[in-house]
Design a protein around this ligand. Sequence first.
Ligand code: PEP
Ligand code: MG
Length: 745
Amino acid sequence: MSDRTESESRKLLGRLRDTMAEEAAGQARLDKITHLTADSMGTEVCSIYLFRDEDTLELCATEGLKSEAVHQTRMRLGEGLVGRVARSGKIVNAADAPSARGFRYMPETGEEIYSSFLGVPIQRLGEKLGVLVVQSKQAREFTADEVYALEVVAMVLAEMAELGAFVGEGAALKARHTQPVLIRGTQGQEGAAEGHVWLHEPRVVVTNLVADDPEKEMERLHKAVESLRVSVDGILANASDPEQVQVLEAYRMFANSKGWLKRMEEDIERGLSAESAVEKEQSNARARMSQVTDAYLRERLQDLDDLSNRLLRILTGQGAETGADLPANPVLVARNIGPGELLEYGRSLKGVVLEEGSVGSHAAIVARALAIPLVIHAGRITTEALNGDHIMVDGDQGLVHLRPDDSVVSAFRDKMAMQAEALERYASIRETPCVSACGARIGLHMNAGLMADLPSLSNSGAEGVGLFRTELQFLVRNQMPRRMELAALYARVLDAAGGRQVIFRTLDIGSDKVLPYMKPNDEPNPALGWRAIRVGLDKPGVLRMQLQALLRAANGRSLTVMFPFVAQLDEFRAARAEMDKAIAREERLGHVLPERIEVGTMLETPSLAYAPDGFFREVDFVSIGGNDLKQFFFAADRENERVRRRYDTLNTSFLTFIERIVQRCEAAGTPLSFCGEDAGRPIEALCLAAIGLRSLSMRAPSIGPVKHLLLRSNLDEVRKVILDARDSDAQSVRPAVMEYLRGAG
Ligand code: PEP
Ligand code: MG
């Protein structure tokens, strides 16, 4: 970098800062910036294009192009060279712009006389704000130094925009963070919520963008990096969890990276403050992140992003703890959150919106257990949302309305009112036994996993807990829970159930559920790997401890236990033998034994449906885990957004398969239940009941809607509809059942 460009650059940034400090309207500031930049770079033209909506850019200020074109010239994302810069997030440097790929001539601007074109994206932390362009008559490529200088200006512009420096008339000049934003994410947990944003990690606000004294800034940066290194080394020295160690080692690598530091030093030389230099690097990393598909690389860029945040917090002294109070009706907004942290917020939250996350993540499991509406993959939410912003979360559709306008608010509230009305309707049938119109009695039970779920037993009218997922207690801790702790918890669950049956499922870990304190296994296909009962039988210590805790918790009461992911008879026998050993041990130790013990299994692998008859005779009950069973039946990963909704549960092949399981259980006199998510969907529940299921277990809020439909349905008629649809070669019975229900009113 030449000293001349460096001092030019510093001078320009100093002037930009003065512009920021002056009392002026947003437009006047933009005009001045284009003038100063063109002057400093020695180009005839400098223009600023900003987004007026998600895919339209507007010329907002120019030096050199016709002034009549300002706020008139617009282009779509990807249109012309400016649109190309905006879409790709990459610079375009063309000596002969008219012959460059994608060039589009805008006659109203008078740009035809300018040959060379340099456009850089204006972006902040991965969020695209617009494009900064310089043009000149002379046909030449801009030098690397010039490109760099313009990028620094664009970065300062982005920060100024964030601070509201360009607020004025017109969509493109509206204050940032005041416009309504609709974010389309993915459904994580159904339900609707309205409230105010609570940022799990408030953003660091950088106000000093430009600095006069590079030496001082350099010193600040070096000091901060040093303190960052020391703190990472300190945490690393105490870390034992291999995954955490891996992340920290990546942090350390970045913290010691010469390239990273050098780029920030260069930015400071050009006049940026230490904070801005860090943010510029962070923005670049985010921009790269959006283009990288390799999971490993993305994670490393994520590490770099986290590290930049830490560095910014050191430099600005802004901790994660802002001292602000949780707003009324808080909706948690985070890039990601751990299950333990989410549990700490507990039911105080109205909703959760995550920029990342996955349907099977622990946080999603906890949100589901707490019945909090959750949207995941809500891109940009952490950059768009500010603490306290009005937010509406539509967990059914996976939509987030941030700062919604009046029409959205009233439509959304109508929807919530309808849901509340329906809830009232369901409350009136809470105590009604679930008997279909044709007289079939269906047991409706709830799925649970936390102590906090138990009050729902009475509120929902569930007859018992058909599935208590014990792994949540293991997932939300940093170390293996002790037997006494577990026994106390299971005892409280049984107390709260007040004599109603609770089916405790033994630890189901592996696949998507990795315990933070267990060595992760690097398996090519974790869902088909070493999980659930396979772990329990190979390393029986934890299973034994859990069985003992359950026996003690029962303390003379009835106990029902089931094993997850049993694939064949021998596995059931081996697991059952562990239970028998545990009983014998308790007896030897003189502990009171449960008055009755039932031991069943989940049916989650197709193989178990074809187990020898002995299996169905020996097992006390079977519960179909439709979530896993469906993924193995259709060979469609339940975690993979691309395929997980591809196959209908009401697909005739799948229903025929379930019917077969019903017949086998009937023949052996074995009680059968269905506890996957589909049991909580009214149409699915109706069809399951119609093919013979007499017990369903679901999320507590689903019990009302499912019961409401079952009470008025004639299962014999629905069964006939299903058989007819199958006979007529339908792929799914859904259309026929829907039509029947419409006809039945
Ligand atoms: C299932 O697989 O259907 C089930 C209930 O278990 P989980 O969702 O916990 O895997
Ligand atoms: Mg399962």
